[in-house]
Design a protein around this ligand. Structure first.
Ligand SMILES: Cc1cc2nc3c(=O)[nH]c(=O)nc-3n(C[C@H](O)[C@H](O)[C@H](O)COP(=O)(O)O)c2cc1C
Length: 158
């Protein structure tokens, strides 16, 4: 296989960008995710690729729920906050405000739309797991286009 072609083509798959909110027994956490797709209509389910060894995957297994936060075109800084591994002081959210609703996973105050999901299946595939969640809550806070990967110089995978 031509490695360069494989990388180039995999990076051309159109991706969104989301802040995925997760929860543990005593803590909320979040990470920037892009590998998300709907995978069932009835019941409504989405699947999310999550890297092995991340704090987020541990919390998805523990808390069994996640939120999917969509942000506006000018909110790149919010995504940057959730790129990095957890800071040593544990302050993952900094100035970024959030609230807890149906599933207890963080919903960002800046979200333009959000979903809340309950984890139904986790499948290990290579260096990521596919986490499947049933959508149990949804709100369009502002009906405007979300920031997507192609609006940015970023990529993930390839
Ligand atoms: C543009 C972009 C997209 C990303 N998409 C994903 C993704 O879909 N799945 C994933 O596991 N990590 C993704 N990451 C990496 C996570 O954001 C990063 O590993 C996460 O902050 C780890 O935090 P944690 O170890 O505290 O859970 C992405 C990073 C960037 C910069």
């Amino acid at each position: 296989m031509n490695e360069e072609a494989k990388k180039k083509i995999l990076r051309k798959i159109p991706y969104g960008l989301y802040v995925i909110g997760v929860k543990g027994e005593n803590a909320c956490h979040a990470f920037t995710g892009s590998w998300l797709s709907q995978c069932s209509m009835r019941p409504p389910k989405v699947m999310l690729g999550v890297r092995h060894g991340t704090h987020s995957l541990d919390l998805l297994k523990e808390g069994k729920a996640f939120s999917v936060n969509f942000l506006g075109k000018s909110d790149t800084k919010v995504f940057e906050q959730f790129f990095k591994a957890t800071p040593s002081n544990g302050d993952r959210f900094g100035e970024i405000a959030f609230s807890l609703k149906k599933t207890g996973t963080p919903i960002l105050a800046k979200s333009i739309h959000y979903l809340e999901c309950v984890v139904s299946d986790i499948l290990e595939v290579g260096d990521h797991s596919v986490v499947v969640g049933e959508v149990v809550e949804a709100e369009v806070v502002r009906d405007e286009p979300p920031l997507v990967m192609s609006d940015t110089p970023w990529h993930y995978g390839g």
